[in-house]
Design a protein. Structure first.
Length: 397
């Protein structure tokens, strides 16, 4: 679920959240560890990155030589096109340039490129960045920026949250390599899940437990709990990196216990002491409420939490679908609930039809805590959280 700040940012279309240098360094190190030449001879494009502020630009400029980059391009979005603008001041770096332009500084995007040693100090780094104003406002959807996208090899950024779907589609349509930040919830989007299912996109190494801390000039709008006045950062939950660059964690199999051992020794009360794992009422699959409870010796289909993707290894598991309408052709739902009705835990009908829970992962029973659905025959079912359907890649027997 998005936290309060994410909902507020989305509603207000605030996209001004900046990524910390250490988070970028940690993530990119994982790809370099797997393949030290991953960036060698490549053009890296940072399309939502004001080079004067963005740590992505700083990081890649500082490491230009070490990574063996061919070219670094970083573009920014004009302040007058942003949803959120407040107290904008061009930097001294910009105003001191002979071609500084009072009108363009607010209406045009900027482009910074790095290709060679400009200063003559025999090093290629931040000091060698060249910049000029873009023709347009730097919108990633403009032809001007699309051209830069097309000439690049790898696109890396934290894109505007409010345009995540469009941004991903913009990358996928040209089949580029990418490393971008997004929200875990995006996995369930109809246009996103097929990429995950077909191993065209996967999770990067991630933020610690999905918690990410960004800086924003509008932090104080968000209040206590999410804004930390000491660090000046705001906290987001469920944040992850999406990529199609390979990394080592993807190839490490999850260590798992057998089903019998899980039922005997699991640390989770939902599993320990039960006779068997629950089966869904409407899918031919078992419910596995925690990733670490996936049995090592079950060959059928299993429904697992979305966070499983942080541990997913394509050699160990096959992804078959998600309990989202239109995303589980390989695991069809076997039952509809149109003749059921919804009831609150206190027994009061909500007025909603059971059709509402069609294609959710539903279990027979009532935990007494959540709304349930029932029919004329008195069958009672409840849905659990959204699940991804998986199967062991190789027979476990
Ligand atoms: C989440 S912020 C991240 C900024 C930077 N990439 C970073 O990680 O520090 C997204 C940035 O994209 C910019 N932006 C918003 N809409 C855009 C668009 N249509 N095209 C390009 N950039 C856009 C926002 O102004 C914002 O600065």
């Amino acid at each position: 679920m998005p936290n309060a700040i994410q909902t507020k940012a989305k509603n207000a279309k605030n996209d001004e959240f900046y990524t910390q240098y250490a988070d970028i360094e940690k993530e990119i190190s994982a790809y370099l560890e797997f393949d030290p030449d991953v960036f060698r001879g490549k053009t890296v494009f940072l399309p939502c990155d004001d080079p004067e502020w963005s740590n992505f630009t700083k990081y890649f400029a500082q490491n230009f030589e070490k990574f063996g980059l061919k070219k670094l391009i970083s573009t920014s979005y004009a302040v007058n096109s942003k949803n959120y603008k407040d107290g904008y001041q061009p930097t001294l770096f910009e105003t001191s340039a002979p071609y500084f332009d009072k009108v363009k500084t607010v209406n045009n995007g900027k482009i910074f490129t790095l290709t060679h040693d400009k200063t003559g100090d025999h090093k290629v780094n931040v000091d060698d960045l060249e910049w000029h104003y873009l023709e347009g406002d730097g919108d990633f959807r403009s032809n001007e920026i699309k051209k830069l996208r097309d000439e690049s090899d790898i696109i890396i950024t934290n894109p505007p949250f409010s345009l995540f779907r469009e941004f991903l589609a913009w990358i996928i349509e040209v089949e580029k390599q990418f490393v971008i930040i997004g929200n875990m919830n995006a996995i369930a989007y109809k246009e996103v899940f097929p990429l995950i299912e077909n191993d065209k996109m996967w999770m990067g190494n991630g933020f610690n437990a999905g918690n990410a801390y960004f800086s924003t000039p509008f932090a104080k709008d968000y209040g206590e709990g999410v804004y930390n006045p000491e660090t000046g950062l705001v906290k987001f939950r469920n944040v992850c990196w999406f990529t199609n660059l390979d990394h080592g964690r993807r190839h490490q199999p999850l260590p798992l216990m057998t089903m019998a051992d899980n039922l005997k020794f699991s640390k989770h009360k939902e599993i320990k002491g039960k006779k068997s794992y629950d089966s869904y009422d409407n899918y031919d699959a078992i419910e596995v409420p925690y990733t670490d409870s996936i049995p090592s010796d079950y060959d059928g289909v299993m429904g697992v939490p979305i966070s499983f993707l942080n541990k997913y290894s394509p050699e160990q598991f096959e992804i078959l679908g998600i309990t989202q309408r239109g995303c589980h052709d390989k695991v069809p739902d076997t039952k509809k609930y149109d003749d059921y009705w919804e009831v609150q835990p206190n027994g009061k009908k909500t007025g909603s039809s059971g059709g509402k829970t069609n294609e959710n992962p539903n279990l027979v029973g009532n935990d007494g805590k959540k709304n349930y659905f029932t029919n004329k025959e008195g069958v009672v079912i409840q849905s659990v959280y959204q699940r991804i359907f998986i199967r062991h890649r190789k027979s476990t027997k």
